[in-house]
Design a protein around this ligand. Structure first.
Ligand code: NAP
Length: 296
């Protein structure tokens, strides 16, 4: 039986693994794959200490390399269910079963949908949620980015480097994104801010042709070839754990050592209920959770 099993190989999961291993605990990470991990969608990270500027993909690759250098197994498996036992937990994937004394949930969050007509129908045909993954297809084209947080503004900046024009469509005239990002976006002469605007529909037959927006009294169409949704995130909780305390937003409630209300069960990173969702806060959870395990 493993001392620690971690579900999720993002910054929080891998940091927890490194801390657990260095505390002398046996540890394994189960991970769906890098494409599921939010950090790999960050175009440019400039606030992770020690790296003045690095892409999310490269930073994640360094985290994986660090964990592997400690001989921590990272197994590509998707968890389908979890069962509490007397000694700890049984974790089931489609074909395998793992047993552990302590289980750490580190599945992170994934993008929310806009919930407008045309979004699902044109997914993969011009609708995307990841500029780093799909931006390449829109070289010299017109795109719209929807949202007003760090993700939306940084995706708009990234796309502005090679797209003809980027419309940054936000429902208010104030941004949730960091000021330095908004200022940087304002300096780009091919980013147009479309503020106080509600998206009604994504238009197009077989591929995106534009977005219908309403601004005040006026409803109009912005012609574009691609639409990048960046309207926030939701926790990745694809299996149920009976009795687990979660917030109304679906985030797992923990104490300062990332302990949930279930003995031996922990949650780290963006899946837990917290005020700040940053790579550095997710990584810091690795130290906290292992402290919690050692106190058990
Ligand atoms: P976010 O901060 O929650 O922002 C979501 C944005 O989408 C908000 O501006 C919101 O508008 C808007 N929105 C929500 N629902 C909408 C809808 N149905 N239609 C139109 N607009 C809608 O999400 P995020 O930008 O994905 O960031 C998530 C977390 O990751 C944040 O804590 C962020 O700081 C962090 N992050 C950090 C970095 C980094 O490099 N440091 C990069 C990306 C993300 P309102 O403002 O009106 O609510």
């Amino acid at each position: 039986m493993l001392d620690v099993l971690i579900i999720g190989g993002g910054p929080a999961g891998l940091s927890s693994a490194v801390y657990a291993k260095r505390a002398g605990l046996s540890v394994t990470v189960l991970d769906k794959g890098a494409s599921e991990c939010q950090i790999t969608k960050a175009t440019e990270v400039e606030n992770y200490l020690g790296f003045k500027s690095i892409s999310g993909i490269d930073l994640h690759a360094q985290f994986v390399e660090h964990a592997k250098s400690q001989e921590i197994p990272i197994i590509k498996k998707s968890v389908v269910s979890v069962e509490k036992t007397e000694e700890g937990f049984k974790v089931f994937t489609k074909k395998d079963e793992f047993e552990c004394k302590h289980l750490i949930l580190a599945m992170g969050r994934s993008h929310k949908h806009l919930g407008v007509e045309g979004e699902d129908r044109l997914a993969g045909a011009g609708v995307s949620y990841c500029a780093t993954c799909d931006g390449f297809f829109f070289r010299s084209k017109m795109v719209s980015v929807i949202g007003g947080g760090d993700s939306a503004v940084s995706q708009a900046i990234y796309l502005s480097a090679f797209c003809e024009k980027v419309y940054l469509i936000h429902r208010r005239d104030e941004f949730r994104a960091a000021n330095y990002l908004v200022e940087r976006a304002r300096e780009k002469n091919n980013i147009e801010f479309v503020l106080n605007a509600t998206v009604n529909e994504i238009l197009g037959d077989n591929c995106v042709a534009g977005v219908s927006i309403t601004q005040g009294e006026e409803t109009r169409t912005i012609a574009c070839d691609g639409v990048f949704g960046a309207v926030g995130e939701k926790p990745n909780m694809s299996f149920v754990i009976d009795g687990l305390n979660i917030s109304p937003q679906g985030q797992i409630i923990t104490d300062k050592y990332c302990r949930t209300n279930i003995n031996g069960l922990y949650a780290v990173g963006d899946i837990r209920d917290r005020d700040v969702y940053q790579i550095i806060t997710a990584v810091a959870d690795g130290a906290l959770v292992v402290e919690g395990i050692l106190k058990e």
